[in-house]
Ligand binder design. Structure first.
Ligand code: FAD
Length: 307
């Protein structure tokens, strides 16, 4: 029951101010976000890479309400792309972007977001790496997929994300599972109405398996993003049955969540990519992580009570 409350709080400016200012917040945030600065994220990434894990960087930010902020997001990613080119890591270090940080919600948002994100995708290609477009709430799905299609005309390696909780997603998987297409499958992290999304965990999980089957049977490159042990086992057995070798798909998990399992999968020979967020605008991301697991909230509450 707490999940929806936390997801509502994730979009409240008042709660944002209170939570962000509380001194005890920082140590809890650190578990999920290795730093606010790019150099801190690069250090965290080099440690993961040295252990055989790959990464996708996320410069934190979402729901911008003016063009200046959208340009700041673009510039942060351009500087990141420069750093990645210097490091020469290629596809082992890619970038994930949220189009709402690029102006998607502003008037003329589709064109604006496309204009702002295109230089980032170009810079990624110049650095021999790729960009994946994160998926946000369902009101943005059509716009994000339309922008993806435009980007793929020149950069077919641009990654998509689909959320198994949405009723529409099996159909989207069928469309997206084309040759070479990189598609990340997640359960979905936003509060969605009954009219568009499964509400029960069991239904979301069953839909995940159906989507997984479509993506693994297709010609694309599935990116299986989940910490759920049952879904990881299902992926491995389905992949074996469909003749997919490790390397023709990958696992993805979030920084700080199930790190032992991340290393176990990498040691088994799987490509395992860690989603690595950094930046000052961590509030929305942090609240979604609390909403996913009540135990995180209990830990946070204990820290607050202990002061
Ligand atoms: P769950 O059933 O939620 O979790 C399974 C188990 O994993 C839990 O029992 C617990 O042990 C562990 N776990 C899961 N979450 C947490 C947590 N927060 N803290 C501690 N332990 C936890 N969602 C989107 O809507 N759009 C995106 O673009 C998007 N990108 C993502 C990229 C990556 C690489 C990953 C891994 C997730 C992404 N998500 C995205 C989030 C996703 O939708 C889920 O909200 C999130 O992954 C939790 O679901 P789960 O599949 O891990 O399963």
């Amino acid at each position: 029951m707490l999940g929806p409350v936390l997801l509502a709080a994730a979009r409240s400016d008042t709660v944002r101010r209170i939570v962000s200012a509380a001194p005890v917040t920082r140590p809890v945030v650190d578990r999920f976000i290795p730093g606010e600065r790019r150099d801190e994220a690069l250090v965290a990434a080099s440690e993961l890479l040295a252990e055989g894990l790959d990464v996708t960087f996320d410069h934190l930010g979402e729901d911008v309400t003016d063009t200046a902020s959208a340009l700041r997001s673009r510039d942060a990613y351009l500087r990141l792309a420069e750093a990645l080119a210097d490091e020469g890591l290629g596809a082992r270090a890619e970038m994930s972007v949220k189009l709402s940080a690029f102006g998607q919600a502003l008037p003329g948002g589709d064109d604006l977001a496309l204009r702002h994100v295109l230089p980032v995708v170009e810079a990624a290609a110049a650095a021999s790496t790729t960009v994946t477009l994160d998926m946000e709430d369902h009101t943005t799905t059509d716009s994000t997929l339309a922008i993806l299609a435009r980007l793929r005309e020149r950069f077919p390696e641009t990654g998509a994300v689909v959320q198994s909780y949405l009723f529409r997603t099996e159909k989207d998987c069928q469309t997206l599972a084309a040759a070479g297409a990189r598609v990340r499958l997640v359960k979905g992290a936003y509060r969605e109405p009954v009219s568009v999304a499964h509400q029960r965990r069991s239904e979301v999980d069953r839909a995940y398996v159906r989507c997984l089957r479509i993506l693994l049977a297709g010609d694309g490159y599935p990116m299986v993003a989940t910490h759920d042990p049952r879904l990881i086992a299902v992926t491995q057995s389905l992949a074996a049955r469909l003749g997919r070798r490790p390397g023709s798909y990958e696992f993805q998990m979030l920084y700080g969540i199930r790190p032992v399992e991340q290393r176990r999968l990498a040691a088994e020979g799987h490509r395992m990519r860690v989603y690595l967020p950094y930046g000052t605008d961590w509030y929305g991301y942090f609240m979604r992580r609390l909403a996913e697991r009540p135990a995180n909230l209990a830990f946070f509450a204990r820290s607050l009570a202990g002061r």
